[in-house]
Design a protein around this ligand. Structure first.
Ligand SMILES: [Fe+2]
Length: 270
């Protein structure tokens, strides 16, 4: 038996530890949802090697929100004894993130980086685009950086993490809110040693292939969205995390939802 690794994939935690927002007037306490998921992970004795949170960390918040998020995640790192890696989503504020979470005031640049854990390379991209746009885009600068990152990869392979799901035909009804330049990303990742692409954003789970690479879109930690009626998106009480297991480069994702009412709290007509 070779490489064996497991980690937790959380997405769209939509926290506001300082500003305490009531998102869409739904009355969902996203911090309670987040803590409930972490408690469940503890209760199930999953012992992950690390955590990732794929964006929408803070819901349109402030520097203080990010500062408190940093404290909160540091506490969890200590409790679990493993690192938490994060990337940004469309509802995040880059400048507030750099100032509050990374303690670099005044910086506005995209946040992308790579980490290697036990021969597995994790590449985090920043697909936030514009200020308040729903859709995502990977900048040319990041695509060039990614190209270099994929030249040499460790024997355990690479996982790509970003907030916005890539485009696929069955997600066409969401085409204006997912990644807008999948066509520019594909030539960079095609044929490279990428085991899987992990994303979030749409608040429901989806699995598909891009250029032969598996995409696992995890449902949200904070609340779910039922998009089965393409014209009316129903925001509901729901909360999910993913347990990602990799054994000898084979990836399996188990999505785990906590009991929730699934009551519709908000409807968005399109
Ligand atoms: Fe999002």
């Amino acid at each position: 038996m070779g490489q064996k690794i497991k980690f937790i994939h959380l997405s769209d935690i939509h926290l506001n530890p300082a500003t305490k927002k009531n998102i869409n007037g739904m009355g969902i306490n996203t911090l309670h949802k987040f803590n409930a998921l972490l408690n469940d992970i503890r209760k199930r004795a999953l012992h992950p090697d690390f955590f990732i949170i794929s964006g929408d960390l803070i819901h349109e918040g402030t520097v203080e929100d990010y500062r408190q998020l940093h404290v909160l995640l540091k506490e969890q790192e200590k409790a679990f004894g493993v690192p938490f890696y994060v990337c940004l989503g469309n509802h995040d504020d880059r400048e507030a993130f750099w100032a509050g979470y990374k303690n670099v005031p005044g910086k506005k640049e995209a946040y992308y980086y790579s980490e290697t854990v036990n021969d597995l390379k994790l590449i985090f991209l920043d697909s936030k685009y514009g200020i308040s746009e729903e859709e995502g885009r990977i900048s040319g600068e990041q695509l060039s950086w990614l190209k270099e990152q994929l030249v040499v990869t460790p024997p355990g392979g690479t996982i790509l993490i970003l907030h916005h799901p890539l485009y696929c035909e069955p997600l066409d009804f969401m085409k204006y809110s997912i990644l807008q330049n999948t066509d520019e990303l594909v030539p960079v990742i095609e044929g490279k040693d990428i085991l899987a692409i992990l994303s979030g954003h749409i608040h429901f789970n989806a699995t598909f292939k891009t250029a032969g690479i598996m995409n696992f879109v995890i449902a949200a930690a904070s609340y779910g969205i039922d998009c089965s009626n393409h014209r009316i998106h129903k925001f509901m009480d729901d909360s999910t995390y993913g347990l990602v297991r990799i054994v000898d480069r084979e990836v399996m994702v188990e999505q785990w939802s906590l009991p929730a009412s699934k009551n519709v709290k908000f409807e968005l007509s399109l």
